[in-house]
Design a protein around this ligand. Structure first.
Ligand code: ADP
Length: 485
């Protein structure tokens, strides 16, 4: 069907995912040494639903003493149990965690949408299945490490301290925990302060799985809790996903220590459309790359480069598509753009939108009904953007896209690489040779061709430049957790 002249959008009846099947405690303690323990700090903080600002649960705020307890538990479990266990036995536990998660997938998806603001479509179809698949995938590697690293002696590192952000709370926990366990390490993990609940649910599953006490410890809290993990003398490895600013603090803190690190940081990824691209699919790819997840993806395709001779057509079609996007309740299956994760993040996004306007870029936002309560942002594009504009340089982490044009391949490579970041990129063209040319020249860890934002546990993910170092996922994801000799 030709959609070129179809400017109509139509209303759907709301289709809300139910919440009666989920179980949330009113108050969550810390999960240390296989038990739920009250924080020594005595402090708790509220985890709120960004879609309506209601409190979902109180969560413990771990201090240095709590982190110390967790690291001690992880060390004891490493020395006495986990490092001594046959790899095939370790695999069974990881597999069991995957199965239990799968059984409760619906509950995980709803809690993720409530706590993080992401649409139920995303959490149900992407985050939760991928998180389960990471556990399944790494369970398979646990007893095959000698094949992963042929002719090398493979040893685990010890205690891994893992700090994760709020954009993919459960998936990031799976990315971090599964390879660490498969390689024989024990874990202290800290979720982001605005999205602790699925990590705490995962702790319940871990408890249910019978995993030996102390192998995985979950401590909740803010930046100070993360810093206590980073600075703890008995942690062997830091795995961090988050902002470049905090990544730099962590790198300084561990410089000169024995700690190994992988850092997955910010991004300002280029999505490049050539004039021979399938335009309708490309427009859908742009929307998927920046709007469907509220732009809350570190690899979001936030800088669009369109070949000049098709720019008018692509922008016209993109605006039409934006007019039909639904912004609203994350639990409604029709919703395309859910809630922004926190008030602070919404303020940051709005600040950048204002900067874009002040810089003279031209803004377009569709008219959409935005709920009165909660944190929401309409999909936003900026045209007439200069390469030097702040909105084209800095990570916004919201549904905001800058659009620039180009004429030649060399020009777009130069423009796309002109960024302190190098996490991901997308290329849309009919020519295979052009794809291969660009994939060798774009300085980005992941490059999608004629698609965007596709993930798989077997594929490594990670950045260049200020987007960090180290790879997670796939065979490469094992390397960060082993010592080879
Ligand atoms: P974002 O901008 O995505 O919120 P942050 O880098 O601020 O990213 O946060 C990512 C994670 O890092 C969160 O779990 C947060 O609590 C934690 N964190 C924040 N500051 C520090 C710090 N100084 N040391 C260690 N972890 C930190």
């Amino acid at each position: 069907m030709a959609i070129e002249n179809n400017t109509e959008s139509w209303d759907y009846a709301p289709s809300l995912e139910g919440t009666s099947h989920i179980q949330l405690k009113k108050k969550y303690d810390l999960f240390i040494d296989g038990k739920w323990v009250k924080p020594k700090s005595g402090k708790y903080f509220a985890s709120i639903n960004p879609a309506n600002e209601e409190v979902l649960a109180e969560v413990a705020h771990a201090n240095k003493a709590d982190v110390d307890l967790a690291v001690k538990a992880a060390r004891k479990a490493y020395n006495n149990v986990w490092s001594k266990m046959a790899p095939s036995e370790r695999a069974k536990y990881i597999y069991r965690i995957a199965r239990l998660m799968q059984e409760r997938a619906r509950e995980f998806a709803v809690i993720e949408s409530l706590d993080a603001g992401k649409t139920i479509r995303e959490s149900r179809d992407i985050d939760v299945p991928l998180a389960c698949n990471h556990f399944f995938y790494y369970a398979g590697w646990a007893d095959k490490l000698e094949y992963a690293f042929p002719n090398r002696k493979v040893e685990s590192l010890g205690v891994a301290g893992q700090i994760i952000p709020w954009n993919f709370p459960l998936l990031m926990a799976a990315w971090k925990i599964a390879p660490a366990l498969a390689t024989g390490n024990t874990v202290v993990l800290k979720p982001a302060e605005t999205t602790s609940l699925t990590a705490l649910k995962l702790a319940e599953i871990i408890e249910e799985s019978g995993l030996p006490a102390g192998v995985v410890n979950i401590v909740t809290g803010f930046g100070d809790t993360g810093a206590a993990i980073v600075n703890h003398h008995d942690v062997n490895k830091i795995a961090f996903t988050g902002s470049t600013a905090v990544g730099k603090i962590i790198q300084k803190a561990i410089a000169g220590t024995h700690k190994k690190a992988t850092l997955e940081l910010g991004g300002k990824s280029a999505n490049i459309i050539f004039d021979d691209a399938p335009i309708d699919q490309a427009v859908e790819g742009i929307v998927n790359g920046i709007f469907f997840n509220q732009g809350h993806v570190c690899c979001a395709g936030s800088r669009l480069f369109v070949q000049e001779n098709i720019a008018d057509k692509v922008i016209r079609k993109l605006k039409q598509r934006m007019d039909s996007l639904y912004v609203g309740n994350p639990l409604d299956k029709n919703t395309d753009i859910g809630a922004i994760n926190s008030k602070e993040q919404l303020e940051t996004i709005n600040k950048y939108i204002q900067i874009g306007k002040n810089e003279g870029a031209e803004m377009y936002q569709p008219k959409c009904d935005i709920p009165k309560k909660g944190f929401y942002c309409a999909p936003t594009i900026f045209t007439n953007v200069a390469q030097s504009n702040v909105i084209a340089q800095e990570e916004i982490f919201g549904p905001v896209l800058t659009i620039q044009t180009f004429r030649t391949v060399d020009e777009v490579i130069q423009k796309a690489n002109n960024s302190p970041y190098g996490l991901a990129a997308g290329v849309w063209t009919d020519k295979g040779s052009r794809i291969f040319n660009l994939t060798t020249k774009l300085r980005a860890g992941v490059i999608w061709a004629n698609t965007y934002n596709k993930f798989d546990p077997t594929s490594p993910f990670g950045g260049y430049k200020e987007s960090g170092f180290g790879r997670e996922g796939g065979l490469h994801g094992l390397s960060g957790y082993v010592k080879l000799s």
